[in-house]
Design a protein around this ligand. Structure first.
Ligand SMILES: NC(=O)c1ccc[n+]([C@@H]2O[C@H](COP(=O)([O-])OP(=O)(O)OC[C@H]3O[C@@H](n4cnc5c(N)ncnc54)[C@H](OP(=O)(O)O)[C@@H]3O)[C@@H](O)[C@H]2O)c1
Length: 355
């Protein structure tokens, strides 16, 4: 067997998702070598408070996953570089070809993650991100930049963790013509509403979502509808061909819903959920995120606890619904892994075609 080609990655942001990604990548490392002839190597890990570390030769994923704290291993053996941009540049210089952007979400403008992604694509790195900000605020720009720089920009796990939505539309259901979608896209509000229905108060419910690691670092982004709004923007633009911004979405959160209203609706068989809806009409895409009682026969009623659901209304395939049952960090990590595989496949196809 030929020596596998190194597939060097740098990870910006090393919180819950990145820590779940490393063991998943390690467990699929031999598979990547067998299927695609590549060996995943981590060349850098960077975070805002702990510093930005680049390893000249890198550590293969299997070896790195053996450390209980891979970031601590990097920080105890390497000198940090100055900032995220120096990290990207230095990563590129040691041979990294993919940035995995996993910093915290800033829902108001998607920064500084948006600048990290811009900088990496401009440097010729492919980018995978689970951070909704860059895609929600600048999808058109980033996709144009990636075409210009012959790089790939992938964001599968920004919306429903590992559930293939971008890949579904791009590869599995090409030209299916999606008119509209209805969806429950925010696990935290699903869980919080379910827990309030069961008698918990809002504070307890938020704490439970945080303990599961699913709530945003600032849970008000979930409760005020911003997380769902950014996801809805991404899907409206990706699935319906829209060009909308988060500000163009009508958004209302769940924070001000009286617990009694939530419990009464559930008892009547029409539980309230934070509903994302987007539609394309006469070439114009509009979207909204609002709490709505779900009718009793609605497939979206499957969205209890952290379970997410989406129904797509299409021309060629009628209505298609997908349910992601109680996703955990593993599913988010898998979404990143699936983007990695897409990038590798695409590179292999280009090599075969002599591009
Ligand atoms: N958790 C999920 O289930 C899930 C699902 C889908 C998508 N996402 C998205 O994935 C991303 C990561 O989520 P997470 O749960 O892993 O977050 P997290 O646990 O809060 O970790 C965030 C990481 O980003 C770093 N960071 C924050 N701002 C930074 C900056 N300006 N420059 C460099 N590093 C920075 C933090 O470093 P310090 O600790 O040093 O500040 C930390 O290492 C977020 O955008 C989130 O919205 C999460």
């Amino acid at each position: 067997m030929q020596t596998p080609a190194p597939l060097r990655l740098i990870l910006l942001g090393f919180g819950n998702v990145a820590r779940a990604f490393i063991p998943l990548l390690a467990s699929r490392s031999n598979w990547l070598t067998r299927e695609y002839g590549v060996l995943p190597i981590i060349s850098g890990i960077g975070t805002r408070r702990q510093g930005y570390f680049v390893h000249t030769s890198g550590i293969d994923a299997i070896s790195l996953a053996r450390f209980s704290d891979p970031l601590q291993y990097f920080s105890s053996t390497l000198q940090p570089v100055e900032d995220a941009f120096a990290f990207i540049e230095r990563g590129k210089n040691v041979g990294a070809s993919i940035l995995i952007e996993l910093t915290s979400l800033h829902p108001q403008d998607g920064q500084p993650a948006l600048n990290h992604v811009r900088s990496a694509l401009q440097s010729g790195l492919d980018v995978i991100t689970a951070n909704k900000g860059p895609t929600a605020y600048a999808q058109d720009e980033l996709q144009a930049l990636s075409r210009q720089t012959h790089t790939q920009f992938r964001f599968e796990s920004t919306v429903m963790d590992g559930l293939p939505l971008v890949n579904l539309a791009q590869y599995t259901l090409p030209a299916v013509d999606i008119y509209s979608f209805r969806a429950l896209l925010n696990s935290t509000t699903n869980l919080v509403l379910s827990l309030i229905e069961q008698g918990h108060n809002l504070t307890e419910a938020i704490e439970m979502a945080q303990q599961l690691g699913i709530a945003e670092a600032d849970p008000s982004y979930d409760l005020n509808g911003w997380d769902a709004t950014l996801k809805t923007t991404i899907l409206a633009n990706t699935l319906l061909g829209g060009h909308i911004t988060p500000q163009q979405i009508t958004c209302e959160g769940i924070r001000d819903l009286p617990p009694e209203t939530i419990r009464t609706a559930a008892q009547a068989g029409t539980p309230i959920r934070l509903l994302s809806y987007a539609v394309r009409k006469d070439g114009h895409v509009t979207a909204q995120v609002t709490p709505r009682p779900l009718p009793s026969n609605d497939i979206l009623q499957r969205g209890t606890g952290t379970t997410g659901v989406i129904s797509l209304d299409t021309e060629a395939m009628g209505t298609i619904s997908l349910i992601e049952h109680a996703p955990t960090l593993l599913q988010t990590a898998y979404g990143i892994f699936s983007d990695l595989v897409t990038i590798v496949r695409h590179r292999n196809t280009e090599t075969q075609n002599g591009i």
